[in-house]
Structure formats: C-alpha cells, structure tokens
Design a protein around this ligand. Structure first.
Ligand SMILES: Nc1nc2c(ncn2[C@@H]2O[C@H](COP(=O)(O)OP(=O)(O)O)[C@@H](O)[C@H]2O)c(=O)[nH]1
Ligand SMILES: [Mg+2]
Length: 478
C-alpha cells in the first residue's frame, strides 16, 4: 500500500512521462520561452517550503484560484521537466514532499545550497484562445532557490579591507554585538601581538569571527545584517581557504605590509573573497534571473523585538540595493543591461497570525520597505508586497474573553500530539510602533506542519501563493 508521499511521486512521474507527447504536439520549439525566477530570503525565511508548495500547487492546479492564466483556461498542462543547467543541484521537491506527507509530518530539512527546479507550462496564447485556435506554447519556469545571505555580501564589494575593519570595529561598540564579539576580540588581540605568522592562528580567528556572526544570528536578538554571507551559509565552500580570514582591530595602527604580515594576508584574502566568491555568484547566478520572490521573516523579527526589527530594516535595504544596480557600477557591468522585471516581497508564515492580522503583516512589510529608497531606482521593475503562508498549518478560531470575541488560530505544536487554540499576540499596526516593539509582546507559535491527506489530488493549503504568483507571472503567459 503506497504512502501518500509515494502517491505524490507517482503523480509527478506520470507528469514526466507525459512530457514527450506534450512537447511533440507543440507547433515549434521556436516558441519555447524560459523565465528564471529567483526565490531568496535569509535562512529560515521559508524558501524551501515556498518552492515545494508552489510547485506542487502548480502541478495539481487545484488551489490557485487567483492565478489568472489557470483560471482563464489558457494553461493546458503543467509538468516537471529536466532543468537545462547540468551543474546546479536540483531542488529536492520529492524529498520535501515525503517529509511533509510522512505519517508524522515534518517540515523539510533546511538547505544551505543554491538549487533549481524546472516546471513547464503548456499554454495557449490568449489571442489564440479568443480566436479559438489550438496552437500551444511552452513556458519553462526555472525556480532558483538561493540564500539571501549571499546578497548581503553586496556592500563588501564597494569596501576596502580597511573600511570593513573600521565598520566592524564600530559595530561592536554597541550591544548586543559587543558581548557576542568578546571571544573574537581576545583572539584578535593575541594574534595581532604575535610576531610570527601562523596559519592555524588565522584559521582559529576566522572561526571565532564566524561564531560571532552565528551568535548574532541565532541569539534572541536575531540580527540579520551580517557579512561575509558565506561565513553563515558557506554552500559548497565550507572549510575552504577562501573563507579563512577575519577583520583586524585598529587596522590603521598596525605596522608592516610585508607579505607575511597578518594585515597583508587578511587583506589579500578579503579581496580574493570578493573576486572569487561574491562576484562569480552575481555573475553566474544572480545576473541570469528575470523575476524575483524575496521572503522576509518579519514575524520572527517582531517576536525578537525592536533591535531585530531595526536591523531587518537595514538588511532589507541592502537586499533591495541588489535590484537597483544603477548605483553599483560593478554590478551594472555584470548585468549587461539585463534586469529583474518583477519583484515580490512577501512576509512569510502569515498562517501563524489570526486572520484579522494577516493583512496587517503585508502592509507592514510594504511600509517597512517603502520607507527606503526611491522606486524609480528600480529601473521600471514592478514591485509588490504581501503576506503569505506557503503551507497553512493553522485554522481560524475564536476565543471568547470577557464578553469579547478575539480571533485566534488552531494548530499542533511541534512537540504535542493534540491541536490547541493559540493567541500569539497582536503585531503593531504602523511603522513607528514596529520600530519600538518590545520582545515578549508577541510569541511566534512553533507548529508542526498540517496533516496533508490526498495531497496528490488536492494540492497544499496555503495563504496568498496564487496572488503572489499572479503578480510575478501573469504577463509572461500572453
Ligand atoms: N506555519 C508555517 N511555518 C512555515 C511556513 N514556511 C516555513 N515555515 C517554518 O519555517 C521553517 C523554515 O522554512 P524553510 O522553507 O526551510 O526556510 P529556508 O531556510 O528559507 O529554506 C520551516 O521549517 C517551518 O517551521 C509556512 O508557510 N507556515
Ligand atoms: Mg531552504
């Protein structure tokens, strides 16, 4: 007796079997088009869950009533097809679906790599639909999952090693970074006092700097504007010499610039990181994207309080810089005039809020990002904001308290067998409140995924995926 997860496999296999026949019936390969859709966000923002649910819902076509090309009857078939890039790992859709549909469902394993999956739509161009002609086209959607941490390396590109050292030194004068940096500061002082070069000491220092960044990220303050991005998510570069460097303290006071000085070695490695790690990512991956989803764990920042929220605001600003390359000449020259045409920023995990607050989350994200930057800098890209839940793990509920009815949610906590009614708190309504928000006023429930029965037929319950997809793609299916 196959499990639900297996049945999902069969459904997908069948779709793959159909490709040849489907492709054969298409008038001409000349009409095939490819749209490369980036899906990014910091670790834990929900990229894996998002792509899994989006792709599955596209394949089953049952739960996307606001995706207009589907509803308009233009789309004749949706199938998984082999990707064209042979060197990029494939997004592990089937493994993630198996996790979600297991007897004891679990969220997909988190990933730290760039990966990709191709979904092909067979559709009738709208002008042919109206003239009742049967000619069809293929549109390949390449979803590319990549860590938002890597985008955050962008500001390093315009910085010298000396400027970077100064910036870090400034940042660690304030809490909470100050306390988190203590071990690294001690190691830095020791290394800088030593007279002889020792590679192991460099490794140890780089390690301490990485631990400092990870502490910033995972501590209760959940800081997000952290560089170098590969120190946090190394991808396939874990342990490589390209990641063995660190800032130094009081850089300008250091003497000696000979090849064996720490000052010289760190500087060379920092420059090499920019040239051999950051730039190739932007050139080989980022530059090829046509459209982009950016997932933001705004709820996580709200739970952590005002320092996390303020930091996230700066982080989002950094991320948005990548999409207005006009100011960054090195990036403009890599993009060769190509640009992202559609950008959708989504606050994820909206199902963890009672229904009456979900809308508020999207508006908060909009005002959060709007406060920054002039839209004209995006060179005509269309931008929208919203809240979504890629997989809805909750249902709506009401709590009666002192004669009042309060909207709440029902869900199953990760460590419990039974569902319970939860009121996570109220999120702020406007930007000013958001910036002054104190930790403890809102608690994000840690929920297990929903039990997904008959997933192969019904699709996966979500909030707002179809709206996001419609914004990003409807004009590509004409
Ligand atoms: N309730 C709920 N939780 C979610 C949703 N999306 C992600 N999560 C939670 O966030 C965690 C991280 O998601 P994941 O997709 O692995 O993040 P990634 O690191 O950006 O790929 C998951 O393990 C879930 O616990 C959602 O739509 N609803
Ligand atoms: Mg992931």
């Amino acid at each position: 007796m196959p499990s639900v997860g297996r049945r999902t496999f069969y459904a997908i296999d069948k779709l793959i079997d159909n490709i040849e026949t489907v492709a054969g019936s298409v008038t001409s390969a000349f009409h095939d088009q490819t749209v490369r859709i980036g899906v990014t966000g910091l670790a834990g923002a929900g990229k894996t869950v998002f792509i899994t649910s989006l792709v599955h819902n596209l394949l089953t076509q049952k739960r996307l009533p606001l995706f207009s090309p589907l509803v308009g009857g233009q789309i004749e078939a949706v199938m998984l097809t082999p990707q064209s890039d042979q060197t990029i790992p494939r997004f592990a859709l089937e493994r993630h679906l198996d996790d979600l549909t297991a007897k004891d469902p679990r969220w997909p394993e988190s990933t730290s790599q760039l990966s990709q999956i191709r979904v092909t739509l067979k559709y009738r161009p709208s002008r042919l639909v109206t003239r009742n002609l049967t000619s069809t086209r293929l549109l390949h959607l390449d979803f590319v999952d990549y860590p938002g941490e890597w985008l955050l390396d962008l500001p390093l590109m315009d910085m010298s090693y000396e400027e970077w050292c100064k910036q870090i030194q400034q940042l660690i004068t304030e809490e909470p970074r100050k306390s988190y940096a203590e071990n690294w500061i001690q190691a830095c002082k020791q290394l800088q006092a030593a007279s002889r070069f020792d590679e192991r000491a460099v490794e140890a220092l780089a390690d301490k700097f990485r631990s400092f960044l990870l502490k910033c990220k995972t501590s209760e303050h959940r800081l997000s504007n952290l560089q170098p991005g590969r120190f946090i998510l190394p991808g396939d570069m874990a342990g490589s010499p390209a990641l063995t460097f660190s800032p130094l303290l009081d850089f300008e006071k250091q003497k000696g610039d000979d090849v064996w000085s720490y000052r010289r070695i760190m500087k060379d490695r920092f420059e090499s990181y920019k040239k051999n790690v950051v730039k190739p990512f932007f050139k080989n991956h980022f530059a090829n994207l046509d459209r982009q989803f950016v997932l933001v764990d705004l709820l996580g920042a709200i739970e952590a309080g005002s320092s996390s929220v303020k930091e996230l605001e700066g982080t989002l600003d950094q991320v948005m810089q990548a999409y207005r390359p006009g100011k960054l000449s090195w990036l403009s020259s890599l993009l060769l005039g190509k640009r992202i045409s559609h950008l959708y920023f989504a606050a994820s995990k909206a199902d963890l809020l009672p229904r009456d607050q979900q809308q508020k989350l999207g508006s908060l994200l909009r005002s959060f990002a709007r406060a920054k930057g002039d839209r004209s800098l995006y060179l005509g890209a269309q931008i929208d904001f919203g809240a979504l839940a890629a997989i809805r793990a909750t249902e709506a509920a009401e709590i009666k308290q002192n004669g009042q009815v309060i909207d709440a949610i029902v869900g199953r906590s990760k460590d419990k067998a039974e569902k319970s009614v939860i009121f996570p708190g109220d999120i702020p309504t406007d930007l000013r409140d958001l910036r002054n928000y104190e930790a403890g006023d809102f608690t994000l429930p840690r929920l297990a995924p929903p039990t997904l029965t008959a997933i192969d037929q019904g699709g996966i319950p979500h909030i707002g995926l179809d709206r996001a997809l419609d914004f990003l793609l409807k004009d590509a299916i004409t």
